[in-house]
Design a protein around this ligand. Sequence first.
Ligand SMILES: Nc1ncnc2c1ncn2[C@@H]1O[C@H](COP(=O)(O)OP(=O)(O)O)[C@@H](O)[C@H]1O
Ligand SMILES: [Mg+2]
Length: 451
Amino acid sequence: MPQLKSKTVYLCSACGNDHPKWHGQCPSCNEWGTLGEFKVSKKRKKGSGGLARDSRKLTDILQGDEVKRIPTGIAEMDRVLGGGLLPGSLILLGGNPGIGKSTLALQILPAFTKQVLYVSAEESEEQIGLRARRLNVNSDSLHLSSENRIEGILDQVSLIQPELVVIDSIQTVFSDALDSLPGSVSQIRECGQQLLQLAKQRNIAVMIIGHVTKEGVIAGPKMLEHMVDIVLYIEGDDRHDHRILRSAKNRFGTSNEVGIFQMESNGLIEVKNPSELFLAERRDDISGSTIFPSLEGSRPILVEVQALVSNANFGTPQRNVNGFDFKRLAMLLAVLEKRLGTHMGTKDVFVNLVGGLKVDDPAADLAVITAVASSARDKLLPKSVILIGEVGLGGEVRSVSRLEARINEAKSLGFKTVIAPTANVKRMKKSPKGIKISGVTNVGEAFHLLF
Ligand SMILES: Nc1ncnc2c1ncn2[C@@H]1O[C@H](COP(=O)(O)OP(=O)(O)O)[C@@H](O)[C@H]1O
Ligand SMILES: [Mg+2]
C-alpha cells in the first residue's frame, strides 16, 4: 500500500484554527494550552482547486422565484426553524444523549416528498427501522444508511439525490484524508466543511446531529456553530417528559424561538398550550409561589417561580437556584435586605422555575423577589396575579419588552391581575379588557399591593 505523505499541523480545540507551529497560546483565539498535534494528509489538497464560482447579479436573483421553505409537518419544529426547512441550509441539532435528537430527526422525514437520506453511524439500519416503526414513520422516499466515511456519504448523496440529508451524528463520521479519530476536532471540522459544501453546491438541506459536552455546548470546534445556518438545541431533563427545542442561532428566522414537546412512546408530541403544561400542578395555597410570563422567542409562556426561605442551621447559608441566574438572585436578595428590610443573611434560599424552563429574561426579577419575600414572610399571595418587571439596584421596577403579549397570554389563561412597571403601563395603547393592570415604580409598591 502506498504511504500517504502527511504534514503536521497544530489545531486549536477552542476555535478550530490550525497553525503550522506549536504555540502555548493560540494565536487566533488567545486560549492557552489548546493546540494539539495532528497529521494531515497532503493528498487532500490535490484537485481541491477546481473552477472559481461565478458571481450573480442581485436583480437576477430577485427576479427568480422566491425559495420555498419545506414544512416539516411538525408545527413546533417549523416555528423554531422560522417556517420550515430552506433548501441549501445547514442545520446543527444538539442535545444530551437520550434527549430525543434521533427521534425528532426521524419524525420530520415523512414530510419530504422527494428522496431523503438518513445516515446513522451510531445505529444499524435495523435499529433505526425499529425506531421508525415505533414512531409510525414510514415513507417510500426514505433511505437509511449506516455509512460513517464522509466520502461514502457523499457518494450516496450523488446516487440518491436527496433533498434532505441527516447525519446522526457528526462525532461518528470521519474522512479518509485525515489520520485522526472520528470525533476529534480536525475530523469534525473537515466533515463539517464537506457537508457545508454539499448543502450549498447541491442546494439541499443538511441536518447534522451533534452531542453536547458536560458544559452543554456541542462537542467539537466552536467553528462548527459558526459554519452552520441554524443551531438548534433540545433541552429537558430526565425528570420531566417535556422537551424544549430552542434555536440558538438562525440566519433565516428569529433566534431563541422555542418549540415545546412531550416525549411519549410514539415520539415527540407537540404541546399546543405550553403555559397550561407548566402550570398544571401548581398549588396556590402555599407561600413563595408567583407566576411570570416569560418571553421565549416571540411567544409568551407562563411559568411558576417557587421560593423557599428557611433558617440556615449550618454555617454559611445556602443559595440554590434552578432555571434562573445565580448572580441575579444574589443581587435580588441584596435588594431585599437593603431596600426592603427583609433580613436574608442567616437564611437558606431556594428558588426553582417549575418545569425545567431556563429564563434569562430580567423581566422575571419582580416575580423572583416577590416569591422570596412571600416565603420569608410566610405570607400567601393573592390568587391569579401575574408579576412582570426588571428590578434595579435601588429597588426600582424597570420596564420590560412586549408587555402586551405577556398580558394577553396571562389573560387567556384566566389571570385577573397584573403588576407591571408603571413606565410600560403608561405606554400601552389600549389596556386589555377583563384584566386589571397595576403599575408600580418600585418593589416596595408591589409588596404594598400584595402583602
Ligand atoms: N421503546 C421505547 N418506548 C418509549 N420510549 C422510548 C423507547 N425507546 C426510546 N425511548 C425514548 O426515546 C429516548 C431516546 O431518544 P433518541 O432520539 O434516541 O435520543 P438521542 O438521539 O438524542 O440520543 C429515550 O430517552 C426514551 O425516552
Ligand atoms: Mg441518537
